[in-house]
Design a protein around this ligand. Structure first.
Ligand SMILES: Cc1cc2nc3c(=O)[nH]c(=O)nc-3n(C[C@H](O)[C@H](O)[C@H](O)COP(=O)(O)OP(=O)(O)OC[C@H]3O[C@@H](n4cnc5c(N)ncnc54)[C@H](O)[C@@H]3O)c2cc1C
Ligand code: SF4
Length: 345
């Protein structure tokens, strides 16, 4: 079915869905290969709640993108599938899929995204030890159920702490980057918790707040002024348990330079965006370079937008580094445009 008039897109998250829709809208064929059994990428696979900045539930917003792709006859979707081999060159690639099928394509778009930081790699902050220490994705899933309770015993929490920069901006564990969206996601999550459970106080522990661009007033100021979320500038040392079973967040208040210990019922890790665990394999299969942290390496930014180190292979979204959904979608469209210029006709 596919031939050199086709663009092969790997990864069915926001970036890949957008790229596929872009190729089809130009009247060309797209083949979308997704390793999981559902489309939608991280927002669907991890069950995000309401997205920033739109405020729309992830399942509705990304669900619409999935419907567009699944209902377009110009797009063929292979789920539960990976590309195992890529032969040929720009304008004339031949990809072998894990199903044994082959796809002929003029160009390739790698929309393979990121992997959530695994909080087990920050053991002193209690994840994996205490059941009431959760990640932002787990807390978003709880918000999705409509009820905020402590996993350990089902009580309504009096106090929730959200710890920012878990697995980001942390040189000790080899994560030097800022994950870009987690300050805003956390401010939004704090407001959702307050709205759903007004008796629960929410504290956000931060090094710096990076609610960039228009997110500053919509999330940072709004969370404080309208939802009474408290911000504490601190360095966290550890999360332990008190004698009465509550969680103790211990650290230093870096504004007043004093040690602080505050009891909480739930502690949330605002986890960052690691490079996709598959990237070494992707680099091998597709012959593209990785940058020093392990994300896909960009070609020259200004004249080779969406390029990689190999001609005819493009990338977009969180495959390049921490990225928002809105920007991943825009980059998916830009990658589709670059790919279209490589295919016949
Ligand atoms: C806790 C948290 C909350 C967030 N909330 C928001 C938010 O509210 N708003 C916002 O703008 N951003 C948010 N983000 C960021 C958002 O998750 C990303 O911007 C978005 O998922 C990037 O889309 P993507 O398509 O590039 O990558 P992904 O969503 O990671 O999708 C990549 C897809 O590729 C597939 N894939 C990976 N490797 C392979 C392979 N080898 N072969 C085939 N398929 C493969 C994956 O299964 C996945 O379906 C959040 C991030 C985190 C960590
Ligand atoms: S966006 Fe905020 S929480 Fe996320 S890594 Fe950057 S500073 Fe830390």
């Amino acid at each position: 079915m596919s031939n050199q008039d086709t663009v092969l897109i790997v990864g069915g998250g926001p970036a890949g869905l957008s790229a596929a829709a872009g190729v089809a809208a130009a009247g060309k064929k797209a083949v979308l290969v997704e390793k999981e059994d559902v489309l939608g990428g991280a927002p669907i696979l991890s069950g995000y709640a309401k997205l920033v900045p739109s405020g729309e539930w992830a399942k509705d917003a990304i669900g619409r993108m999935i419907s567009v792709v699944e209902n377009d006859s110009g797009i063929t979707v292979h789920k539960n599938t990976k590309v195992t081999k890529l032969d040929g060159d720009v304008g004339n690639y031949s990809a072998t899929l894990s199903s044994g099928e082959t796809v002929q394509a003029g160009a390739v778009v790698l929309a393979t995204g990121f992997t959530h930081f695994d909080s087990i790699n920050k053991p002193e902050w209690g994840f994996g030890t205490f059941p009431d220490v959760l990640t932002t994705t787990q807390m978003e899933q709880m918000v999705g159920t409509g009820k905020i309770t402590c996993p350990s015993d089902g009580r309504t929490p009096e106090r929730v702490a959200i710890l920012l920069c878990v697995g980001s901006r942390d040189r000790q564990i080899g994560r030097e980057w800022c994950s870009k969206i987690c300050c805003t996601v956390s401010a939004n999550l704090a407001m959702e918790i307050r709205e759903m459970s007004p008796e629960t106080e929410v504290f956000i522990y931060y090094m710096d707040i990076r609610t960039f661009g228009l997110y500053e007033d919509k999330f940072y100021w709004k969370s404080q002024e309208e939802f009474k979320v408290k911000y504490v500038k601190a360095r966290i040392a550890e999360v332990t348990k008190s004698n009465d079973g509550r969680l103790l967040v211990k650290g230093e208040d870096t504004l007043v330079k004093r040690p602080i210990v505050i009891p909480f019922d739930i502690v949330v890790h605002a986890i960052g965006m690691d490079p996709n665990d598959d990237n070494p394999e992707i680099s091998n299969t597709f012959g593209v370079g990785l940058e020093k942290h392990g994300y896909i390496e960009r070609a020259e930014h200004y004249t080779d937008t969406c390029g990689t180190t190999r001609k005819g292979i493009y990338s977009c979204g969180a495959a390049y580094g921490p990225e928002t959904i809105d920007d991943s979608i825009s980059q998916g469209k830009a990658a589709a445009m670059r790919a279209l210029s490589d295919i016949k006709g």
